[in-house]
Design a protein around this ligand. Structure first.
Ligand SMILES: *[C@@H]1O[C@H](CO)[C@@H](O)[C@H](O)[C@H]1NC(C)=O
Ligand SMILES: *[C@@H]1O[C@H](CO)[C@@H](O)[C@H](O)[C@H]1NC(C)=O
Ligand SMILES: *[C@@H]1O[C@H](CO)[C@@H](O)[C@H](O)[C@H]1NC(C)=O
Ligand SMILES: *[C@@H]1O[C@H](CO)[C@@H](O)[C@H](O)[C@H]1NC(C)=O
Length: 362
């Protein structure tokens, strides 16, 4: 549930959660807060940053802060502090001075990464339900206002904007709760509806699982494609049978208009890697081929999600296997499990999501 590393070129998401191998002591692990400190968190982020720069010296990388990239975890503040200071310095080789300045102040930034394509890295940890610092605040760190101004300016300049951050709007499928407090969730949905002509795509992490969402406007028309990228590290709650294989993906986009075309999802079969004591990363799926769609634009994802709703949908079964990064083919998702999955794709705001669940009558 940590730093989302966003690499340009073709977009590759590295999404690290926990120390996965001796050479990648990445963003801080899930351990009791007594075992960490501000210094340890900074060391871990520094190590990860240096490791990525060492292996990909030519690759522009655009990280977003995660809820464990702070100490104590989840409590990311609304103004400058030792950790925002440290990441602003560490990540400055990839950014410009303006981006470094907002990162240092509030943990978010934006910058133009190709002519006409702007990237916005949001600090949605400020909206995270467990964050006690921002309770009752209407606009923590002024990020909503900044986001609206940024999108407004991009609309005027005819830029496309790629949104990425760790915590997502909408429903966390396994927990059946929101990661983002409801009032913040509704505000994000409203902003992204209003600027859907500007936003090229939205990219999230946090859940470690692979899922999609389609933002609908108030008339029910699909206006934005949203992707949740599975993590390199597996996670499993004691109460659930699901885990995930490690995954890394590339997004393909149109070189001129930046329209999203496809996803190439790669994975490591952990069971096999443990048996054979070696890692052999493979292609898991190509989105357009797996689901027979032309591209990953909102209307095509919407059509796909309608197919998921059909009883005994083979497409939905495949989507559910991808959800766990092909971790366990013997698990199935029916009844309430399937209702939550399909409602979560289309209904990002509380009212329409509740209606969708109620309509299923489960
Ligand atoms: C990151 O930490 C690991 C484990 O302590 C260490 O072996 C490695 O050299 C460090 N890498 C960098 C780039 O600091
Ligand atoms: C937030 O607002 C509620 C309702 O007004 C109040 O009871 C609570 O003490 C406030 N919490 C904080 C941390 O300000
Ligand atoms: C992963 O490896 C195990 C053990 O070899 C195998 O049973 C399973 O089918 C593999 N999973 C996938 C998705 O290929
Ligand atoms: C896959 O799911 C089945 C059924 O719940 C379970 O018995 C099995 O242990 C799971 N396999 C793995 C690798 O978790």
């Amino acid at each position: 549930m940590n730093t989302l590393w966003f690499c340009s070129l073709i977009f590759i998401h590295f999404f690290f959660f926990k120390c996965c191998a001796p050479h990648c002591r990445d963003s801080p692990p899930h351990v009791p807060k007594e075992e960490l400190s501000t210094d340890v968190v900074i060391d871990v982020i520094a190590n990860m940053t240096h490791t990525i720069r060492q292996f990909f010296p030519q690759l522009p990388v655009y990280p977003a802060l995660g809820n464990h990239d702070y100490w104590p975890q989840d409590q990311l503040p609304t103004s400058a502090n030792a950790i925002y200071d440290a990441v602003a310095k560490l990540w400055s080789p990839w950014l410009n001075p303006e981006a470094v300045a907002t990162l240092q102040k509030g943990g978010f930034y934006s910058l133009v990464i190709k002519p006409g394509l702007r990237l916005v890295s949001l600090n949605t940890n400020l909206y995270y339900s467990p964050n006690q610092v921002t309770v009752n605040m209407t606009d923590p760190a002024g990020q909503f206002q900044w986001l609206q101004e940024t999108l407004e300016l991009s609309r005027q300049k005819l830029e496309k904007v790629s949104i990425f951050c760790l915590l997502l709007q909408g429903i966390l499928i396994l927990e059946r709760t929101r990661s983002v407090r409801e009032s913040y969730n509704e505000r994000l949905v409203k902003i992204f509806r209003y600027y859907s002509d500007v936003v090229q795509g939205q990219f999230y992490g946090h859940t470690h699982r692979d899922s999609i969402m389609v933002l609908l406007d108030q008339q029910g028309k699909p206006v934005n494609s949203i992707f949740v990228t599975p993590a390199v590290t597996p996670i499993k709650s004691l109460l659930e049978p699901y885990s995930n294989n490690p995954g890394v993906r590339a997004y393909l986009y149109h070189p001129e208009n930046y329209g999203l075309l496809d996803i190439w999802q790669f994975y490591l079969n952990l069971t096999e890697a443990n048996l054979e004591q070696k890692s052999d990363w493979k292609l898991e799926y190509i989105m357009t081929e797996a689901f027979n769609i032309d591209d990953i634009q909102p209307h095509n994802l919407h059509e796909l999600a309608l197919r998921f709703e059909q009883p005994q949908s083979k497409d939905f079964d495949k989507y559910f296997n991808h959800f766990m990064v092909s971790y366990n083919f013997s698990l199935t998702c029916e009844g309430l499990c399937k209702t939550i999955q399909v409602c979560a794709v289309h209904f990002l705001d509380q009212e329409t999501y509740s209606q969708c669940i109620a309509k299923a009558g489960i």
